[in-house]
Each structure stands twice: as C-alpha cells, then as structure tokens.
Design a protein around this ligand. Structure first.
Ligand code: FMN
Length: 367
C-alpha cells in the first residue's frame, strides 16, 4: 500500500513530495481571450504549496477548441508570459505544476466560438439540451489539432511547468475520437476500436516525443480518461480496458481516471463484481502510476484509495477548504471545512461561474 506522505518519482524523473494531487478544475477566471488573470493566480496560490502536484484547469490548444468563457488558452506564444506566472505561483513550496491541455470538440457552441461552428470527429451532436451539430473535421484539420497539442506542450515547457496532462476525459475532443457515439467516421480515424484509438495514439506519441526531444529535465506527461459513457452506442468499460492497456505501454508518466465517485461500479453487466477502479488497476498493473479522482474527502478515503492507486486527485474538497491537504497530512481532519458557507466567495477566490456550478452540483453543502 502507498502512504499519503510518501514521495513518488515518475519515469521522467520528477518527484512529488506526497501522494495528493489537486484535480484539474476550471476556474472560469481567464480573460475573454484565454490570458491568465491576477485573480486566477491568486486562486492557485491560495491552494498551492501543500499537495504534491496541482493540475491546472483545462487549457485549449486550438482556437476552435475553446469550451467555455473564462478558459485558459495555450494555443499561441502570447500566452507564455501569463502561464509562466501561473506556473511560478503553483510551484511555491514544492508543489509541482501540471498544465492540462485539451480541445472541447463538440462540447462547446458557436456563441463561445464567436460565430464559428464547433468541430468534432463526426457531425453528431452531443446528447444534451440545445447541443449544436458540429462539423466533421477534415483530415488536414485533425493533423493541425495534433500539432496544436505538440505546440502547447512546448509552451508549457517554456512557461516553466513540470508537466502536461492530456485531457482525454469528460466527453471532450480526445474522448470524442474514442467514442462510437461521436466518432462515426469511415476513414482511418474511425470504425473499429483500433481505428478510434488512432487519434489518441498519434497524440500521445506526438506529445511524448516533443518532451523527450526537447531535452527538458524532469518534465512529465500524464493522460486523463473517463471510463464509461451512457450514450448508446458509447464507450463501455471493455473499450476503456483496451485503452488503458495500450496507454500503459506508452512512455507516459501516469494515467488518471476521472470520476465523480472512486467507488463506482460499471454499467456493464460483465463488470459488476468489483469497482471500475479495481478493473482498471488490474489491467494496468504496475506498468504506470495510476491516479483517481472522485469524491475523496477524508483521510480514510485517501488511505482506501491508495491501497489501489499511487496517487489521489482531490477537487471539490480543496475548492471548499484550500488547506484540506495539510489538514489531512497532519491528521487534523476535524479542522477541515466542508461547507462553503464558512467562507465568502471572494475569500475562496472562486469565480461567479464556478460558484453557480457548485450550487448546482452540491447544493447540500452550500448556503
Ligand atoms: C468546478 C469544477 C471544474 C472542473 N474542471 C475540470 C477541468 O477543467 N478538467 C478536468 O479534467 N476535470 C474538471 N473537473 C472534474 C474534477 O477534476 C474532478 O474529476 C471531479 O470534481 C471529481 O473530483 P472531486 O469529487 O474531488 O471534486 C472539474 C470539477 C469541478 C467541480
């Protein structure tokens, strides 16, 4: 079993001081064009210094991949100065800074894109109210997006981050290529499971080779995935076991399972005996460190999860109590604040947009 205050060294040499990672969480605080704001830097600085690593909010690698207003941008060199300040703010007191890189695909709309139609593997809208029908990407555009991920990685290195996390989870473009719901292509980029993996395969190879060719020391690459979809057809756990099996053989430093509950059991009849996390761990083995997020709130949760994984990722608990990590490490759990009304929104540096989202997601914890 892994201990929460034990160090962990990744394949590419980076060492984390403990096993707690702050989960990627959108702040909705960047300027309209994706440039980092001072408020955003304050938000990160308030929460940094205790956890082993802090994964930033998703940053879009391509102008057409912007998912929402207030999102970080990393699709141009002009973002580097702001991102450098952000990395420096996170890295105080030894917390490592990981930039999450992504493209929203069909999970955006033409309002956010200022009149431009969203793009996706195929012209199939998401199953959500008012979803717009995206335009299917041309092959040249696919290569352009893959290039965007590589350039974003170069920028993360220049800005002083300790790594990037490829956001292959939560229904965004990377997952859309793997999903039989959003990917109905009949060319090399869609169809069989193998072909639906092609985009991810090229993406991971591209990003890892940028890092390894750059000569940067101790810079890591992680990959985040969501294990299941509810759409019909959709990604099932059997697909994800194939995915993690392929990814575990790649030069990645970690795999990160995105979930809202680490104890969740699969929707598939053939995988009901254990939790999804257990099946994933069994398939990955010790080939690559595994992280999971999903309703980890107590020291007991952390210890239970670390029996299976190498690291835990914690989101909402650290939004509500910026010093959650230190209280867990010091075994002072009774001091943890679990209800947002202990604070006001400005003290927590939480934007209006995220505050509203939290009220929707967890009203019982808000006043
Ligand atoms: C306000 C908010 C913003 C989020 N933004 C992102 C994001 O940008 N990228 C991502 O991969 N996950 C995002 N998530 C999901 C979290 O990383 C995490 O998986 C989820 O909140 C479950 O963990 P928790 O129960 O510890 O909060 C977000 C969650 C919240 C609450």
């Amino acid at each position: 079993m892994n201990h929460l205050d034990e160090k962990l060294t990744f394949k590419r040499g980076l060492t984390l001081k403990n096993r707690i990672v702050i989960a990627p969480m959108t702040t909705k605080m960047s300027f309209f064009d994706g440039v980092v704001t001072n408020d955003e830097i304050d938000y990160y600085a308030l929460r940094s210094g205790e956890a082993g690593a802090f994964i930033t909010a998703a940053a879009n690698v391509h102008e057409g991949g912007k998912g929402w207003d207030g999102e970080l941008g990393v699709y141009d060199d002009r973002f580097i100065p702001g991102l450098s300040k952000l990395a420096a703010a996170i890295k105080k007191n030894g917390t490592k800074a990981i930039l999450q890189i992504f493209h929203g695909g069909r999970m955006t709309d033409s309002k956010v894109l200022q009149g431009v139609q969203p793009v996706a593997p195929s012209a199939i809208p998401a199953e959500r109210p008012n979803a717009e029908t995206p335009r299917a990407l041309e092959e040249a555009e696919i290569y352009d997006i893959l290039e965007g991920f590589k350039k974003a990685t170069e920028r993360a290195i220049k800005a002083g981050f300790d790594g990037v996390e490829i956001h292959g989870a939560n229904t965004y473009l990377i997952q859309q290529f793997f999903s039989p719901h959003s990917n109905r292509r009949t060319d090399d980029w869609g169809g069989s499971l193998e072909k639906r993996f092609k985009f991810i395969n090229e993406l991971v190879d591209g990003v890892t080779s940028v890092v390894d060719r750059s000569g940067v020391k101790d810079f890591i690459v992680g990959y985040r995935f969501s294990p299941e979809e509810y759409e019909e057809p959709g990604i099932r756990l059997s697909d994800t076991l194939y995915l993690v099996d392929r990814l575990a053989d790649k030069p990645l430093d970690y795999l990160h399972m995105s979930s809202n509950d680490y104890k969740k059991v699969s929707v598939s009849e053939e995988f009901k005996e254990k939790t999804i996390l257990t099946y994933i761990k069994e398939r990955v083995g010790d080939r690559v460190p595994l992280i999971v997020a999903g309703d980890i709130r107590t020291r007991k949760d952390v210890e239970t999860v670390l029996e299976t994984t190498d690291l835990v990722a914690v989101g909402r608990a650290i939004l509500i109590d910026p010093h959650w990590t230190q209280k867990i490490l010091d075994d002072k759990e009774s001091l943890i604040r679990t209800e947002l009304f202990h604070y006001d929104r400005e003290e927590l540096r939480i934007s209006n947009g995220v505050w509203g989202f939290l009220q929707m997601m967890m009203p019982e914890r808000l006043k």
